[in-house]
Design a protein around this ligand. Structure first.
Ligand SMILES: [Zn+2]
Ligand SMILES: [Zn+2]
Length: 442
């Protein structure tokens, strides 16, 4: 499968669902009953079973799953057995690709992996393989046709997060007296009154691939409460353009350096990531609500200048991003919505799921960030061992300008000569704090 096709899968969405009003979804699901154990036992289909059948069902429900889980966990905890399974899987996948004759990435040859040597293996590995060979279920085995449904792992499949990251203050409150399902109170100023039922909306953010602008790649994924606002969601996106260092200007307005200080002050007042933002959802533009013309006004003004046949029919929402809750929206699943912020930074937001809460959902910290694609960093040009944290412009000693360096290397170089000092500028790189540090952007 060619690289372009595999990347293309990320760029094509849909088909979109019918429009779903989040509030209607909540109203419709409010009447759903959650059966208790006694309801199940009184159900006609259970009553109709014979005593023997009931014993079999009970035994299956109470024992089998736990046994299966324990057997699988025991197997993966054993490094020798799990290594054997990994090797066997890699060999099977390779054999399918070889049979199907799929294209190989440029400049590489497909290797024929040898079969795992079970004959010479440890007795426990042999026993495991014999057990697997004895399974009569054949439909899960990989065959030649499987190649049509397989692709190589991509960078966007990787997740930089080890755990779900709490990126906000939305709180889940369990109200067991009125319903066995969890209930929430959101943090939005609009919904602070009584506890209410909340839907969980999963949103995925896609970015353009920098070298092929027509294609998109997954960047991050978030779970937002329906009582939270669009601004709560925007604030959770760990975008580099919200973490750019600020320019330091001299009295004449010339840039003399860069600093993160003002950004840290802005985070305290939670204004920076709300600066300049626009979300376009189902023909409606939601602006940031700043005094004067906000991004939505500017978009409409821009569209007015286009020829009539190219003009999109977009209206501006009377409510800003921070005043619009997800519950007030009508969304389509798998339909990409356009977002613009921080001047010219574009994202595409896709609704993956609208659902009720599950008892295992975290209790607080919404919006949750559940996936972030790892950033492709640059290594220091001097030591080539440590990620670069700054770029030095105009330093004659480095041989190239700009030059990416790590902090120890820059410190070891010492200050530039006095006569050159004026030409040298040190620019800090984006720190990706929103991904790595807890509580940043909350
Ligand atoms: Zn952005
Ligand atoms: Zn270095």
């Amino acid at each position: 499968m060619s690289v372009d096709i595999t990347r293309g899968y990320d760029s094509f969405f849909g088909p979109p669902s019918e429009p779903i009003s989040v509030q209607n979804f909540l109203d419709d699901t409010a009447s759903l009953t959650f059966p208790s154990a006694s309801d199940v036992l009184n159900h006609a289909s259970w009553q109709n079973l014979s005593e023997d059948e009931r014993v079999v069902v009970e035994a299956e429900c109470s024992g089998s799953i736990a046994e299966l889980k324990a057997a699988v966990e025991e197997l993966w905890d054993n490094p020798m057995l799990s290594a054997h399974l990994y090797r066997a899987h890699a060999t099977a996948v390779n054999a399918v690709h070889c049979q199907a004759g799929g294209p190989v990435p440029k400049g590489r040859k497909r290797k024929h992996l040898p079969d795992p040597e079970t004959a010479e293996a440890q007795p426990e590995v042999r026993a495991l393989q014999e057990k697997l060979d004895a399974i009569s279920l054949q439909c899960w085995r990989l065959n030649q046709e499987s190649a049509f449904f397989m692709r190589a792992a991509k960078h966007s499949d990787l997740n930089a997060l080890k755990h779900v990251k709490k990126s906000g203050h939305g709180t889940l409150v369990c109200n067991k007296l009125s319903s066995p399902s969890p209930r929430f109170t959101g943090t939005s100023a609009l919904n602070k009154s009584a506890p209410h039922r909340d839907a969980l909306v999963t949103l995925t953010v896609h970015n353009r691939v920098p070298w092929i602008h027509s294609q998109l790649t997954r960047f991050s994924q978030h779970v937002v409460l329906s009582s939270q606002s669009l601004a709560d969601f925007v604030r959770a996106i760990p975008c580099d353009s919200s973490e750019m260092p600020n320019e330091v200007l001299d009295s004449d307005g010339n840039v003399v350096g860069y600093s993160y200080e003002r950004e840290e002050q802005a985070e305290e007042t939670m204004t920076r990531s709300e600066e300049g933002c626009l979300l376009h959802i189902e023909g409606v533009a939601y602006g940031d609500g700043r005094p004067g013309d906000d991004y939505a006004d500017k978009l409409l003004a821009h569209l007015e200048r286009l020829p009539a046949e190219k003009r999109l029919q977009i209206t501006k929402s009377p409510t800003s991003l921070s005043q619009t809750t997800l519950a007030s929206l009508t969304l389509r699943i798998n339909q990409p919505y356009w977002m613009l912020h921080q001047g010219n930074c574009e994202h595409f937001v896709v609704v993956d799921e609208i659902r009720l809460a599950h008892p295992h959902d975290p209790l607080s910290g919404y919006p949750l960030t559940v996936h972030v694609t790892p950033a492709l960093g640059y290594f220091c040009k001097a030591c080539a061992k440590v990620p670069a944290v700054l770029t030095v412009v105009g330093d004659i000693r480095l041989g190239e300008s700009p030059c990416l360096l790590c902090m120890p290397c820059w410190r070891n170089m010492g200050p530039p000569r006095e006569e050159d000092a004026e030409q040298v500028m040190v620019v800090p790189l984006v720190r990706h704090r929103k991904v790595w540090e807890d509580g940043v952007g909350v």
